[in-house]
Design a binder for this molecule. Structure first.
Ligand code: DAH
Length: 357
């Protein structure tokens, strides 16, 4: 035991300071404060006992006790500041951020080149008043062929070897298949519109885009899936002149103002008369080059006046309505414009190809 209260105070001071020096974490400081400056600390015990001391000793011991208290309080504040500073330095060091490092670029997604072409086609036809109509990929023989004037066993079916779907039921002449072209959408659209007002079906201005499927020997030119864009316009006085005007305008907007077009007689069961449309080669301006195979012309689409049987099947009276239709393959357009040599690149999902567009 210390001899006197003053010695006790010296001891309290010394041991409190040495304990404070050992506190390393900011949140341990409170425990130290309670132990050395709190209500039941030895120091407070000295204050409590002051009243019981001989009167002449009290001022000196009281003064010294107050001094020790202030000293410990300021030592605590200093230690707290020091620990806070050290903690800050540790986080600064640990979370160091080098703002001069180059950023990590996020790879940006983009539209597939086929969708880019499709959207350009939508824009052009939208300006001419054509809306997009989406029709189903899985069709019946009836819609894909029969209603389009291809009866069963018609030789024109030869061109469109089909993927038939086994539905588990005998469907006779009307099997289910993946559409081989977007043309069945013509019948679906006409029927939907005609149903709105069967006595006076509304005029039609539509493009019908979508994936088509054929059982092809896959090669650089043929794929088993490809997109098509079909066009359909029906009204009361539509002529072949309207068809030519629409297609010529389309050609100018895709290939440039001066481009010439050529309509060659052709055959499709669902149009009469029918034509193939060639655009003057945009690369050589008709002089002949490898892209146009030295003909000066690029074969771009099939078209014609909607066959009366097809109008009838769609619910449009052929005595009153006429119309035109066309169909093209956007991949072919893209291949010509970007000189892509192999159609298989489109769906092979190789980023080295896709990222070029
Ligand atoms: N459906 C035809 C095909 O896939 C393309 C076609 C030609 C569509 C003439 C038409 C058209 O609408 O009038 O070969």
């Amino acid at each position: 035991m210390p001899e006197s209260p003053l010695e006790l105070l010296d001891q309290i001071e010394a041991s409190a300071l040495s304990a404070l020096g050992a506190v390393e974490a900011e949140d341990s400081l409170e425990a130290w404060r309670v132990a050395h400056l709190g209500r039941s600390s030895p120091l407070m015990g000295v204050f409590d006992r002051l009243g019981g001391l001989p009167k002449e000793e009290r001022p000196a011991i009281g003064r010294r006790a107050n001094e020790v208290k202030r000293l410990l309080e300021s030592a605590l504040a200093e230690r707290a500041a020091l620990l806070r500073q050290q903690a800050l330095e540790r986080t600064l060091l640990g979370e160091r951020l080098d703002v001069t490092l180059p950023g990590r670029a996020r790879p940006r997604g983009r539209l597939h080149i086929s969708n880019q072409t499709l959207r350009q086609i939508y824009r052009i036809f939208a300006e001419m008043g054509f809306q997009v109509y989406r029709s189903r990929d899985v069709e019946t023989d009836e819609y894909n062929f029969q209603l389009l004037n291809f009866p069963p066993h018609h030789p024109a079916r030869e061109m469109q070897d089909s993927y038939y779907i086994d539905t588990g039921t005998e469907r006779g002449d009307n099997p289910v298949l993946l559409r081989t072209h977007t043309s069945p959408g013509q019948i679906r659209a006409m029927r939907e519109l005609a149903a709105l007002n069967p006595d006076n079906p509304p005029a039609v201005r539509l493009i019908l885009p979508g994936m088509c499927y054929r059982y092809e020997q896959i090669s650089a030119r043929y794929e088993i899936q490809f997109t098509q864009v079909e066009g359909l316009a029906i009204g009361e006085h539509i002529t072949f002149g309207d068809l030519k005007g629409t297609i010529n305008d389309f050609g100018r907007r895709v290939f440039g103002q001066g481009v010439r077009t050529r309509f060659r007689a052709s055959h499709f069961p669902f149009t009469e008369p029918s034509a193939e449309v060639d655009f003057e080669c945009f690369l050589c301006n008709g002089a002949g080059c490898p892209v146009c195979k030295y003909t000066g012309w690029l074969e771009i689409m099939g078209c014609g006046m909607v066959h009366p049987v097809v109008l009838q099947n769609g619910g449009y009276d052929p005595a009153r309505y006429t119309g035109f239709a066309f169909g093209m393959g956007p991949e072919r357009l893209t291949m010509l414009r970007h000189r892509i040599e192999d159609i298989r690149y489109f769906w092979a999902n190789d980023l080295r190809f896709l990222e070029q567009f």
